[in-house]
Design a binder for this molecule. Structure first.
Ligand SMILES: [Zn+2]
Length: 241
């Protein structure tokens, strides 16, 4: 017999199918569609089941977002010619060539890498790190400034922008310090999704909570924010270059 139950842990609702059967221990599973199912011995009391779900909540959430992230994750990077890298929603192909010095430039849909030792994986990774970080700093700042300036009457302070690698959120806003932090991984996403996150964080200067005031502003600035939110989801969160 299976019953559908739900529990709220840390503000997040976890829905799961509970099946009682002849077994010794509780077991939890996250299917490829993100569905959570729990099986337990027939007479397990409900509070024990709920404690078990709570205790495993973090694992459930991360397993669920991993299966729901619909970006194909690169298996393991070798940084060889032909490998694909996401950049602002586009797929760029790496071309590696031996050269007198180390460099990385984008040419159309190619990432053209020159490296002294073409087998030095660490070095090649560092070249990409440097390239992606520089692009993220430049592009995030440009788009952030453009959006702030487009709505200067709403956002009239001086704001600063930080970029960090985060695994659980796309952005955050420190209202008192007037600081917006963006997840570095947005560099893999199409720019309109980056803009959506920027606008979301800016709206926190109007209300720090996700309340009506907040959503009224967000809808005013970006009527299609729900589509953008859905398109972004947890995609790219586990992607690495
Ligand atoms: Zn928010």
């Amino acid at each position: 017999m299976t019953e559908r139950r739900s529990i709220i842990v840390g503000g997040e609702t976890i829905e799961y199918d509970l099946t009682r059967k002849k077994m010794k221990k509780l077991r939890i599973k996250v299917a490829l569609n993100g569905e959570v199912s729990l099986s337990c011995p027939v007479r397990t009391p409900l509070n024990e089941i709920e404690r078990f779900v709570e205790g495993n909540a973090e694992w459930i959430m991360s397993a669920r977002s991993r299966v729901l992230a619909s970006v194909d994750l690169p298996k393991s990077r070798e940084y060889l010619t032909g490998e694909k890298f996401l950049f602002l929603g586009e797929e760029l192909t790496l071309l590696v060539e031996q050269g007198a010095s180390n460099s990385l430039t984008r040419q159309g849909e190619y990432l053209f890498m020159k490296v002294k030792d073409v087998w030095d994986k660490e070095k090649k990774k560092r070249l990409l790190d440097k390239w992606y970080s520089a692009r993220a700093s430049e592009i995030f700042a440009q788009r952030f400034e453009r959006l702030v300036n487009s709505y200067r009457d709403l956002f009239c302070d001086n704001y600063s922008l930080k970029i960090r690698n985060m695994t659980a959120r796309w952005g955050s806003c420190m209202v008192s310090g007037k600081v917006v932090t963006l997840n570095f991984k947005l560099i893999y996403a199409p720019p309109e999704l980056l803009d959506y996150v920027i606008l979301h964080e800016l709206c926190h200067f109007k209300s720090r909570y996700h309340d009506k005031v907040f959503y009224d502003y967000l809808t005013l600035l970006l009527p299609c924010w729900k589509e953008r939110k859905k398109a972004l989801g947890n995609k790219y969160i586990y992607y690495t270059h």
